[in-house]
Design a protein around this ligand. Structure first.
Ligand code: 6CS
Length: 312
């Protein structure tokens, strides 16, 4: 069969690298083919998700930054300061973490999705027109977020004025000053020229850009045992590959930005400065639990244990 696979990025971006590896393994080990639809080809993230849930797409890569609107528990990946920042520790958190690997499968299933992989794409950094060191500096600053509601809570807690919008609207919004800034990993900022539209890049240390790959559950359940094993094998191979690549993404993105945009200001908040934002993050945790309930609270607890284990 020909299987349709949609994602939010281009073929050379992290989601594209994962998808290409997945496709290679499927096609090398079966008669099936995988047709990859990169960002933009099937509408915005929310449009592609509707198609995946309806079974028009067999596979989809969609990030919790968008999925959170549908699955509040997935917004755990958006809660600030519960993931490592050191790339090797990030790898451990995603490869071995109990929360990442055990707690989301059943929850995605309830939405008709068979969760196949969750992986990071680098640290979320904030780009703005002016430097900021404290929540007071962000007052009135319009920050674009992806459309998961918890991101609005985060940037409100951080002192800013967040505006949620799809990826397709962001560049226009930055160009017309409808927003003053945004958050994304350095590799993506560089690839899509977001550094050229802002003046300052700030490392707040608050989290990783995380994404998830899934299959339509009815499609998956209808596969033969052999094809299920094929899909699982392709997912695992692509995941091992992208977790290795992910360790290098932050440094590569920053090096490219420094090279192509030498006047760009790069700020790394100190531990004291971060402590103020961490304190504000407590209200985001409360908002998360309010939306995601007891199950969400359990995920958050486990993620904190996974963070501590990864930091060792
Ligand atoms: O900011 C966004 O909307 C996009 N950022 C990344 C890293 N991937 C896709 C997503 O649409």
């Amino acid at each position: 069969d020909n299987w349709r696979y949609a994602m939010e990025e281009g073929l050379t971006d992290p989601q594209g690298l994962y998808a290409t590896k997945f496709k290679e393994v499927i096609e090398a080990n079966s008669d099936h083919t995988v047709q990859i639809y990169p960002v933009g080809s099937l509408g915005e993230s929310a449009d592609a998700m509707e198609q995946a849930q309806a079974g028009l797409l067999q596979f989809i890569d969609q990030s919790p930054g968008f999925t959170g609107a549908l699955i509040p528990e997935a917004e755990a990946f958006l809660v600030p300061y519960i993931q490592p920042t050191d790339p090797q520790k990030v790898r451990t958190f995603f490869k071995e973490g109990v929360a990442v690997n055990k707690m989301f499968h059943e929850i995605y299933r309830e939405q008709g999705l068979e969760l196949l992989a969750i992986f990071p794409e680098g640290e979320q950094v904030v780009t703005t027109m002016k430097e900021f060191r404290a929540p007071e500096d962000l007052e009135g600053i319009k920050i674009r977020t992806m459309t998961s509601p918890l991101l609005l809570e985060t940037y409100k807690a951080f002192g800013a004025s967040p505006i949620a919008m799809s990826w397709g609207e962001l560049i226009g919004a930055l160009k017309t000053n409808m927003v003053d800034g945004q958050e994304n990993p350095t590799i993506w900022i560089e690839a899509y020229g977001l550094d050229n539209l802002t003046k300052v890049l700030t490392y707040t240390g608050h989290g990783q850009y995380t994404t998830a790959v899934m299959a339509n559950a009815d499609f998956y359940d209808g596969l033969s045992d052999e094809d299920k094993a094929l899909v699982q094998n392709a997912s695992q191979t692509a995941l091992d590959y992208i977790l290795d690549v992910a360790v290098t993404l932050d440094a590569t993105g920053l090096a490219k930005i420094r090279e192509t945009n030498p006047d760009y200001t790069i700020v790394r908040l100190t531990e004291e400065e971060r402590a103020v934002f961490k304190e504000r993050a407590k209200q985001v945790e409360a908002a998360y639990i309010e939306r995601a309930g007891d199950r969400g609270a359990a995920i958050l607890e486990q993620m904190k244990l996974d963070l501590a284990a990864a930091q060792k």
